[in-house]
Design a protein around this ligand. Sequence first.
Ligand code: AMP
Ligand code: ZN
Ligand code: FE
Ligand code: FE
Length: 282
Amino acid sequence: MIDLHTHSTASDGTDSPARLVEVAARAGITTLAITDHDTTSGWTEAAEAAALYQVGLVRGAEISAIARTTGWGTGVHLLAYLHEPTHPDLLAETERTRADRESRARRMVDLLAEDFPITWEDLLAQTKPGTTLGRPHIADALVAAGVVRDRDEAFATILRPGTRYYVGHYAPDAVAAVRAIRAAGGVPVFAHPGADARGRIVPDSTIEELAAAGLGGLEVDHRDHTPDTRRRLRDIAESLDLLVTGSSDFHGAGKQNVIGENTTEPEVLEAIAGQGALAVLR
Ligand code: AMP
Ligand code: ZN
Ligand code: FE
Ligand code: FE
């Protein structure tokens, strides 16, 4: 059972990297990818736990990016697997994104504080130092303040794009991000490209453009994709000679997603391993 998309407390998951690996091992996962948003800071702890629990580990990250093919920007997520974590171009972009995610969280908390009992300290109380900040942490602060029941309710109401509290954040251009991931020796896979319930998705032409820039695969099997969307994406992957992955996008207790609920074929993992600069730890 291979699950190539999970989050820890290095970003917006609720399990520490070590606990994430333990949860995966107990669920029968044989190879796990840790893919926190815009950071690799969970890798060392996850690697130690992977050795302890005898789980294969793909070191990765989920890179925030913006696709501009169509004129207006569409936020997209690119999974980067097995890249050199210190490669300057990609690192500069993720550091810029993380810094702006913090400013953005401050702006959102300022706006929310006009109507709800929430402070910056309340948000920090929900995170570890160095965490990539995101709306889920703001949601946790709102839950702690008794404003909403859980992250789902926060996302369905107050934190939705379009509310007066929503603020966007910097992210690199998607074509540039694909190139930066490849330059760092990584394998770029487009995360949940057809997740239209959570926002705008890109047209097929963008996937073609990203493939031309070096995209390695599409995450087809993901809970945010309907059966129709999966069929459509599988066809696109075949026509562009892209790998097909499936993953849980597990966030611990922060989301409904269950670890291992979607999985990736062993041949696809081997293809990713063959293209990446780093080894799969086993
Ligand atoms: P941000 O990147 O800060 O705008 O926040 C988006 C993140 O929130 C994504 O990584 C999602 O996984 C997560 N997310 C989206 N919807 C929900 C939800 N209903 N409950 C918990 N997390 C969510
Ligand atoms: Zn997330
Ligand atoms: Fe994502
Ligand atoms: Fe994710």
